[in-house]
Design a protein around this ligand. Structure first.
Ligand code: MN
Length: 238
């Protein structure tokens, strides 16, 4: 049956060979049967810039995705907070199209809202401040103007800081705010919502303005490959 796949939060990194293997296996054996593949952010643990193509992992991922593109699978990429600088140049090499966060699609007749998910975590004020700073074009230009080695070093420092701050934040603060979710559902015409980011895979049901909206939270790939498979009848988390 014609179907579409959704993945996010793989956090591919050279030091996590097992997840990388799962990804290449998924791209080679599972994804080719789909009509389309949506990658909803944080495909990579970090992204230093589209000029980082001598990196063996970045090159191998581009190779695998472009092979999938040749099999006529439509591929869409939404930037996450880890790979927000992944741009048109690398996307073109992969044969995928960058889509905005949020994006609404017609998924086999069902209006479906796609997000990475971090914009829903509005209780984490410190993170939202950082997000605004990191998304500022001037910040990005300053960062990308540095030599690649300096960018790598800066990202390593940021990752350590992020792990340290996550370990002292409460679990509630790092989850989505239900008020913000409801606002988004209302603003986009009560669609189904698919997002990642929180690493808390689940199917939620939101009752908004007398309408029932499904919210699918995608899983990370820590233990195995995970994806959401949707066809005209239903979505199934695998
Ligand atoms: Mn994320």
């Amino acid at each position: 049956m014609p179907h579409t796949l959704f993945i996010s939060d793989l956090h591919l990194a050279a030091e996590r060979p097992q997840i990388n293997t799962q990804f290449f296996d998924f791209i080679e054996n599972i994804a080719p049967a789909a009509e389309a593949l949506y990658i909803l952010g944080d495909l990579f643990e970090y992204w230093a810039g589209d000029d980082d193509l001598n990196d063996p992992l970045n090159a191998a991922v581009a190779q695998a995705l472009s092979t999938l593109a040749c099999k006529n699978v439509l591929m869409y990429f939404m930037q996450g907070n880890r790979d927000l600088l992944l741009g048109e140049h690398y996307a073109a090499r992969c044969g995928m199209q960058i889509i905005a966060d949020p994006t609404v699609i017609d998924l086999y007749g069902s209006r479906t809202l796609l997000m990475h998910g971090d914009t829903l975590c509005t209780d984490d004020i410190e993170y939202q401040k950082f997000r605004t700073y990191a998304r500022n074009p001037a910040t990005q230009q300053r960062f990308l103007a540095q030599p690649l080695a300096a960018r790598h070093q800066q990202l390593r420092g940021m990752r350590m800081q992020s792990e340290a701050s996550k370990s002292v934040k409460s679990m509630d603060i790092m989850d989505v705010s239900s008020a913000t979710v409801e606002q988004a559902l209302r603003a986009h015409g009560h669609p189904r919502l698919i997002h990642g980011h929180t690493h808390r895979p689940a199917k939620h049901l939101h009752h908004v303005d007398g309408r029932n909206c499904e919210r699918w939270v995608l899983s990370d790939w820590q233990s195995k490959a995970h994806y959401l498979r949707c066809d005209e009848q239903a979505c199934t988390a695998i």
